[in-house]
Design a protein around this ligand. Structure first.
Ligand code: TYD
Length: 207
């Protein structure tokens, strides 16, 4: 049987990396057959594209170029890494996916949903996630928790106003796509980890 495809989304500082690490540990212990991967990156070519996108000295990069680079890295990753794993029946968990492009490039950069849909039609048509977990915490609360943004990351360094637009973008995606479920992550990391596992059980992704 083909595996399930689950994506994780959230604003900077939402604790996504910590949650994915905790979930990975849990899945390993429970003997699940899974692959944990990330965007942008996850394959050699996509990691090279990631370097270009996130390099803070690429100040002249326009929003359209940025969105297309994310989409290019995405297709390579889907074909090279995600597809074989799904075909082998694995549960594939991906740190960020098309919804990041909708929120960051579509909403916050102002490119609009239609442009993002067009350039991501391959991903949206062929690899719609079975479930998308949105870690729900506002950037203001998140940056307070992590004491500011990472200046070495071109996107993260964009400032609170930009990240509030990203958050708003995610909120409207929640209305539009029933496959996205919000998980409150204002509590402790262990509470959030439980919330995530409960959601995955309720959606029959894990036992
Ligand atoms: P990363 O260090 O992986 O961030 P995080 O730990 O917050 O996931 O860097 C990925 C950055 O790329 C992050 O700022 C979000 C951004 N991004 C987009 O703007 N559009 C996209 O389509 C994707 C996948 C990521």
């Amino acid at each position: 049987m083909r595996g399930k495809f689950v994506t994780f989304e959230g604003c900077e500082g939402s604790g996504k990396s910590t949650q994915l690490r905790l979930l990975g540990e849990y899945l390993k212990e429970s003997g699940a057959d899974f692959l944990m991967t990330r965007e942008p990156g996850g394959s050699a070519v996509s990691e090279e594209i990631r370097e270009i996108i996130l390099n803070p000295s690429n100040t002249e990069m326009c929003a359209e170029c940025e969105a297309l680079l994310y989409a290019a890295a995405r297709i390579q990753h889907l074909k090279e890494i995600v597809e074989p794993a799904l075909a082998a029946g694995k549960l594939v968990i991906c740190d960020r996916y098309v919804d990041s492009s909708f929120a960051y490039q579509g909403a916050a950069r102002g490119l609009g949903a239609e442009f993002i849909e067009d350039i991501n039609s391959f991903a949206l048509k062929n690899y719609p996630p079975d479930l998308t977990v949105f870690l729900d915490i506002s950037p203001t609360a998140a940056f307070e928790r992590k004491h500011g943004a990472d200046k070495n990351d071109r996107i993260e360094a964009l400032g609170l106003e930009f990240h509030e637009k990203v958050y708003k973008g995610y909120k409207s995606l929640l209305q539009k796509y029933p496959r996205i479920a919000a998980v409150d992550c204002g509590g402790t990391k262990y509470r959030t980890a439980e919330n995530i596992k409960n959601l995955l059980r309720a959606k029959a992704i894990i036992k």
